[in-house]
Structure formats: structure tokens, C-alpha cells
Design a protein around this ligand. Structure first.
Ligand SMILES: [Zn+2]
Length: 130
């Protein structure tokens, strides 16, 4: 475990500290009976932090792109895309402003729980955070 003191010593240690923080992102979600795997990748297109992969029933997140909160919020952004896809709401699904704003509200209401840092547990699904 990296201590706060080590965090301040160099840029490299800051990055290591970030990787030690548990993400409050589930491994899988169920949307109307459809299991959606959540995977992490670093080979998304440049500037892309997340992707709703409808063909392969996945949400793909680049967890090295940004800090913990933006990465977690990205999960909710892609989740909203998925929900709208399943609902057949294609126009709303393509409305990035709506999707992003709605996901910020969901993240603030249920996703942003800093106690996950202390417990290592995802309070939403009661499983160990990935
Ligand atoms: Zn989007």
C-alpha cells in the first residue's frame, strides 16, 4: 500500500497512488435482463475515455485516461447510453449533452461514494470494487 507521503515524492508515485484507489465501477450490470460486461482498456481512440459497445454487450473504460471521479462518471455516461439503447430511444442516446448531464446526476446521487476508499467495497453492489 502506498502512503500519502509517498504520493508527494514524484509524478510516478502519484500515478501509482491513483492505481491503488479502488474504482467504484461494477464488473457487470444488468439492463432489462441483458448482462453488460464492464471492461478496462487503454487502446480506445485518442481522447476517448469510454465506449458503449452495443455489438459485444460491453462498456469499455480507459481507466488510465483521467482521475478516479471522472473515470467513474464515465461509467455512468456509458450506462445511460446503454439504457437509452435498450429503451429504443435512439435520438436521446445520440444526444451527448443529455447523456452526460443525466449521468452526472446519477453519479452524484448513487455513484460518488468516497467511503469506497476506506472499505474497498462498492456500496452500490456490495462487491469488492475492481
Ligand atoms: Zn457519450
Amino acid at each position: 500500500m502506498i502512503t500519502l507521503q509517498e504520493k508527494k515524492t514524484s509524478q510516478h508515485d502519484v500515478k501509482l497512488f491513483r492505481q491503488e484507489q479502488p474504482m467504484n465501477i461494477p464488473n457487470e450490470v444488468n439492463i432489462a435482463g441483458i448482462s453488460i460486461r464492464v471492461e478496462f482498456a487503454t487502446d480506445l481512440p485518442e481522447g476517448c475515455i469510454g465506449k458503449a459497445d452495443y455489438q459485444n454487450q460491453k462498456i469499455i473504460i480507459n481507466k488510465d485516461f483521467a482521475g478516479r471521479h471522472l473515470t467513474e462518471q464515465t461509467f455512468y455516461h456509458e450506462l445511460v447510453h446503454w439504457i437509452l439503447f435498450v429503451m429504443g430511444e435512439d435520438e436521446l442516446k445520440g444526444n451527448e449533452r443529455f447523456v452526460d448531464l443525466f449521468s452526472h446526476f446519477i453519479y452524484q446521487a448513487v455513484g460518488k461514494q468516497d467511503t469506497v476508499q476506506a472499505t474497498g467495497k462498492c456500496l452500490s453492489c456490495a462487491t469488492k470494487a475492481a
